[in-house]
Ligand binder design. Structure first.
Ligand code: PLP
Length: 393
């Protein structure tokens, strides 16, 4: 039998560490262990009933055929109208590409914009897939660390210091997975100004924007004066509890959108027709969407506050999250003997205390772990109690 040798395209690729944890937790559960899953970055709420009803109706009406690659016109128009409202200027439907999840929208952007020899700044810690997507485009992800006293957020100055003549872009994510940090409009403005001065692309992943605890998290659409060098991606996985429907989208210039559509036409074509109709129904009913999201955010807030109180009482080093549904906790210092204390801890926690969390190494922060509180309150609290006990023991 010939041995499989991966092509250089994927030779360096690592499995998504966040998915690896949920897979392991699922395996343990299947083997009869009562695992508390604080690993998965997936809402525990069901998709709102009015969206499911709309999907049933769409299926009955025969929504089973291919659509335009970039998505059905009505859906792109609704997304464009929402983007226009945030931007304060008209965004056309031709600037919207609907994809199979925000993940694909991000991949389209990275692949269309970056290439061999390019460097892309990644404010770190950051979602695990940015580094891999940039590398898949054969560019180099450059880790830029934010200071602890700023909730690990980076400043324009941090980015300036990390930049070289090869820098082509920067990936932003606010509210941030894994830290829960939210960038203020002022912080974003400074970064956008630097990017404009240096002619960088800004890719802004705003998938958690609706899950924000202190007023609305600013969008790059409202901060940036134009879309010339900007790609804003968003989706419904988190805000509408629709992760399995696989719908996300990008908003960019018409030219870049055409290129991303061409790329998508050769990979997956349109995202699932039924899902597009469900999301169209969801986004068309602003009142229902806002009510559904508000109810979820209120519940997340209660869990965040209760879990934070426990962690702080136990004097654990935890960031102060203002958005998303994660708590980022520092476990200890990297040493030569244990370069990834977060990973060591997460492994022990799963094996000895049946609690799944994601090691910070997945986000290039090996001293930390990420706790997702997208789980029922009693599970979150029991999980956090076990984390505290495991930390002390
Ligand atoms: N971006 C961030 C920051 C995420 O945390 C996730 C999912 O965990 C995604 C994108 C992927 O979203 P989707 O399920 O829409 O592909």
């Amino acid at each position: 039998m010939t041995r499989f040798a991966p092509s250089p395209n994927v030779a360096e690729l690592r499995e998504s560490a966040t998915i690896a944890v949920s897979t392991r937790a699922r395996q343990l559960r299947a083997a009869g262990h009562a695992v508390i899953d604080l690993g998965a970055g997936e809402p525990d709420f069901p998709t709102p009933a009015f969206v499911i009803d709309a999907a049933h109706r769409a299926l009955d009406a025969g929504a089973t055929r291919y659509t335009e690659v970039a998505g059905i016109a009505a859906l792109r128009e609704v997304i464009a109208a929402r983007a226009s409202a945030v931007h304060g200027r008209t965004v056309g439907a031709e600037q919207v590409v609907v994809s199979s999840g925000t993940k694909q929208a991000l991949f389209n952007a990275c692949f269309a914009l970056f290439s061999t020899g390019d460097e892309v700044l990644v404010p770190t810690p950051a979602w695990t897939s940015y580094y891999e997507m940039i590398a898949l485009a054969r560019a180099t992800p450059v880790v830029v660390r934010g200071a602890r006293e700023r909730q690990l957020k980076v400043t324009a100055d941090d980015l300036r210091r990390a930049a070289t003549a090869r820098t082509r872009g920067v990936m932003l994510n606010s509210p941030c997975n894994p830290t829960g940090a939210v960038y203020s409009a002022g912080e974003l403005e400074a970064i956008v100004a630097l990017a404009a001065e240096r002619d960088w692309w800004v890719v802004s992943d705003e998938i958690y924007r609706a899950i924000s605890y202190d007023g609305e998290a600013p969008s790059l659409l409202s901060v940036a004066p134009d879309l010339e060098r900007l790609v804003v991606v968003d989706g419904v996985a988190k805000s509408l509890a629709m992760p399995g429907w696989r719908i996300g989208w990008s908003v960019a210039t018409p030219a870049l959108s055409r290129t991303m559509t061409a790329l998508q036409s050769h990979t997956t074509s349109n995202s699932a027709t039924l899902s597009q109709h469900a999301v169209l129904a969801a986004l068309s009913d602003t009142g229902a969407v806002e009510a559904a999201t508000r109810a979820m955010v209120n519940e997340y807030r209660c869990r965040r506050d209760a879990a934070l109180a426990l962690l702080r009482d136990a004097r654990m080093d935890v960031l102060d999250p203002h958005g998303a549904f994660y708590l980022f906790v520092r476990i200890g210092e990297s040493t030569r003997d244990d370069p990834e204390p977060g990973t060591t801890f997460a492994r022990r926690l799963l094996d000895d205390a049946s609690v799944a969390v994601v090691p910070g190494a997945a986000f290039h922060a090996p001293e930390w772990i990420r706790i997702a509180y997208a789980n029922r309150m009693e599970q979150v609290l029991e999980g956090v109690r076990r984390i505290i006990a495991a930390r002390i023991s």
